[in-house]
Design a protein around this ligand. Structure first.
Ligand SMILES: [Zn+2]
Ligand SMILES: [Zn+2]
Ligand SMILES: [Zn+2]
Ligand SMILES: [Zn+2]
Length: 329
């Protein structure tokens, strides 16, 4: 596992990089399709077109639908942003179009829509109520680069392209697992030449560390290390996995002197993993991090290597949780 090439990582990811198998309820919708005639479907597609919003060019998925006095439709997301009807310039765009709402509801009841990340390659089609669940866990959903929090990278793109992105741009470090499959070892370095992080009075962020192994690819975890302006060190792990899966993850972070095998003197955090979307404040409140002071970290420094970290990822299983992440063969 430690000698995976980048292509191997990416191809494994293509195989494993799916948080959930297609459940019954997220499978492309076929039962109704088969019963329905092509005529029915054509008619419904047409009806949905009538309800397309002229501003965002999307068909709304649910009520309310607004209109001007003449009946030109506008969706609930665009309505607050326009001062007049985009079709006839009528100033009143706050009428509810109850007939359009009713028509939409009836049409969508048995008409599967495409996942909104279809443009990124997702092929899932389902009824609105299932689709919204799917879209929160879709492997093609848009995510921010992990280096975003330190202002170092503004990339945003589909989750299934993230590893490729960080490998190409080098905005995150990629650490591959040691053979036990979820055990990661690397080091944190000091500034080059005669500068040292210990004399900084501004925060210092290291590149996020993507934790790559066959197992970890399912959870999309990365480690964050930073030292704040007053000499406190934070180490924690975040995950892009959906909340239900994320809550089953446990991480063990050990900070020590490089190459020292003994457990003596090391600092340990064992606990939960934070969401990729959690704010710093939320992580503080949850306590999902290892907190150290300069004096504790300094004693591990050897030349320009400040410390070694060992990270072990594991999953505690409720049955439903292990079911969620099992990968079909
Ligand atoms: Zn709109
Ligand atoms: Zn109008
Ligand atoms: Zn999708
Ligand atoms: Zn990036």
């Amino acid at each position: 596992m430690s000698d995976l090439s980048e292509e191997e990582i990416l191809s494994q990811f293509a195989l494993n990089g799916q948080f959930i198998p297609e459940h019954e309820d997220t499978k492309p919708f076929t039962s109704v399709k088969q019963q329905e005639t092509n005529e029915d479907r054509k008619r419904k597609a047409e009806q949905l077109e009538w309800m397309e919003c002229p501003v965002c060019l999307e068909t709304p998925r649910r009520a309310p639908i607004y209109s001007c006095k003449k009946g030109h439709i506008i969706c609930k997301d665009c309505q607050p942003r326009v001062g007049h009807c985009p079709t006839c310039r009528d100033k009143h765009v706050d009428c509810r179009s109850l007939i359009a709402e009713k028509l939409l509801e009836t049409t969508l009841k048995d008409y599967p829509l495409h996942c909104k990340f279809r443009v990124h390659g997702c092929s899932v089609q389902d009824l609105v109520e299932n689709l919204e669940n799917h879209e929160t866990v879709c492997m093609f959903r848009s995510v921010k680069c992990p280096a975003n929090h330190r202002g170092a990278c503004s990339w945003m793109g589909p989750l299934n392209k993230l590893i490729q992105h960080v490998i190409q741009v080098k905005c995150a470090q990629v650490v591959k697992a040691k053979p036990s499959n979820s055990y990661f070892v690397s080091t944190i370095g000091d500034f080059s030449q005669d500068q040292t992080v210990f004399s900084k009075s501004t925060p210092t962020h290291w590149k996020p560390v993507m934790l790559i192994s066959q197992e970890a690819l399912k959870f999309f975890c990365y480690a964050i290390f930073y030292r704040d302006a007053s000499g406190y060190w934070y180490a924690y792990v975040r995950s892009f996995a959906p909340t239900a899966v994320m809550k089953t993850l446990r991480v063990d972070i050990r900070i020590k002197k490089m190459g020292v095998a003994s457990d003596h003197g090391q600092f340990v955090y064992t606990g939960g993993v934070a969401s990729s979307e959690a704010s710093e404040q939320e992580i503080r409140e949850a306590g999902d991090f290892l907190l150290l002071r300069d004096c504790q970290v300094k004693k591990f420094q050897v030349n320009k290597t400040i410390m070694e970290y060992n990270i072990t990822l594991s999953q505690v299983g409720s049955e439903s949780a292990s079911e969620i992440i099992s990968i079909p063969d």
